[in-house]
Design a protein around this ligand. Structure first.
Ligand code: GAL
Length: 420
């Protein structure tokens, strides 16, 4: 049996655009409508209407934390128009969670932005940060009782997908612009930190893929280090250093801080040397570490969560696993995934690493960005025709872990890694 500290939070995670439905004022929605994205989010999980049921469900399943995001474009559908109804609904969501002893962990930006903001150049233009500040100010009014707020979800994924590879909105492929956006996100974080600090604990959520060299060759090892720096550490370092050292030079950003770091961990990348300066002298692809691949084509590598924790501990801040999950139709594989990753989280805690919570991605099946509705990450199955929710076996197993703050010997025997 393994036992977690009594105060350890076991929660689930979602994001606004992926579950709410009809988020028609943001950039993703726009590109979905004009056919630049393969799938339309439509009503998504219809959570905007079913939020009460969803909160009751997570309560009855025994989860004590919930990470969700506020949709900026719902609060400001137009530049100078605040939707009070939307603001009140988010306040109601917070209150419902608090009433049920579910600790809310609020994210202010989870990939989507208001379309009007993007039409003005989004985070590529520093002068636009005044709009972000206004949004944060408004949100600060509904946070009573909330302890944790993250400014950005996976800022480097946002930069890489939107501005470097051009795979996601706004489909830009421009490394100069990409690093400029990263530097403005750092400034935006600092501005939000100064508005919210003292009121709530302010953090940032960073995806930490483990960078594995493709071979023992020195060049590949160096390349992996470079990728690790570029993707993982240069961004986080800049928060305290007040300057962002990108591949193209140094940007001065505002010195700031965080009260916690959220780690999103899914899998590892394999990195090898490349001669190509436009690729920053490395090439990264999904690492092939397990025979079985998830619906996303990802390998399962539980040890990676331990590596992510130990690496992020360099900042000496409380850590939360803000996302970790698997897309699969095989729910017993999901149970195995959770048990094995939690075994490694527990190992880290035993060794003294300051990890205070784990949020499974996701509470329910949802709109998985460019992959649409096919990947099933949910503890709860969603029927996209009736919007009926059906907890899977894993939902109950995870609920029991959450309630007891322990993983039973029986579960470890059946699903766990030996010798951990
Ligand atoms: C994360 C992202 C989530 C979700 C998840 C699974 O990178 O924050 O929105 O899509 O990956 O792919």
């Amino acid at each position: 049996m393994i036992v977690f500290p009594k105060s350890f939070l076991f929660g689930t995670a979602t994001s606004s655009h992926q579950i709410e439905g009809n988020n028609k004022w943001n950039d993703w929605w726009y590109y979905e409508q004009i056919g630049k994205l393969p799938y339309k989010s439509g009503k998504a999980c219809n959570h905007w209407e079913l939020y009460k049921e969803d909160i009751s469900l997570m309560h009855s399943l025994g989860y004590d934390g919930y990470r969700f995001s506020i949709e900026w474009s719902r609060i400001f559908p137009k530049e100078n128009e605040i939707d009070e109804n939307a603001l009140n609904k988010y306040r109601e969501i917070i209150e419902l969670l608090l009433e049920r002893d579910i600790t809310p962990n609020v994210t202010l930006h989870h990939f989507t932005s208001p379309l009007w903001f993007m039409q003005k150049g989004g985070f590529a233009k520093e002068e636009n940060l005044k709009h972000w500040e206004k949004y944060v100010e408004i949100i600060s009014e509904i946070l009573e009782g909330v302890q944790f707020v993250a400014t950005f979800n996976e800022p480097m994924v946002y930069v890489m997908m939107g501005y470097l590879t051009g795979y996601w909105p706004p489909f830009v492929k421009n490394p100069f612009r990409a690093f400029n956006v990263a530097s403005n996100l750092l400034k935006a974080h600092a501005l939000a930190y100064s508005i919210l600090s003292g009121m709530v604990k302010v953090g940032i959520v960073k995806n930490i893929p483990i960078m594995i060299p493709a071979s023992e060759n020195e060049k590949d090892k160096k390349a992996a280090k470079k990728a690790d720096n570029l993707f993982n550490w240069s961004f986080l370092n800049a928060i305290w250093e007040g300057c962002y050292k990108s591949a193209f030079g140094t940007y001065s950003v505002l010195e700031s801080d965080v009260d916690f770091i959220g780690i999103n961990y899914y899998t590892a990348s394999e990195v090898k040397y490349s001669w190509n300066p436009l690729r920053f002298f490395f090439e990264a692809k999904l690492a092939d570490l397990s025979e079985r691949k998830t619906q996303m084509g990802w390998s399962v590598y539980p040890e990676g969560i331990y590596k992510a924790i130990t690496a992020v501990s360099r900042y000496e801040k409380p850590m939360y696993i803000t996302e970790n999950g698997i897309a699969t139709l095989d729910d017993s594989w999901r149970i195995e995934f959770i048990v094995q990753h939690l075994q490694y989280v527990h190992k880290a805690i035993e060794e003294g690493y300051d990890v205070r919570g784990y949020f499974y991605w996701s509470l329910m099946d949802n709109y998985e960005w460019k992959e649409g509705f096919e990947p099933r990450f949910g503890l709860i199955e969603v029927d996209y025709e009736t919007y009926e929710r059906k907890p899977r076996e894993s939902a109950y197993v995870y609920g029991e872990i959450s309630q007891k703050k322990e993983i039973s010997e029986e579960l470890i025997k059946k699903y766990g890694l030996k010798g951990l």
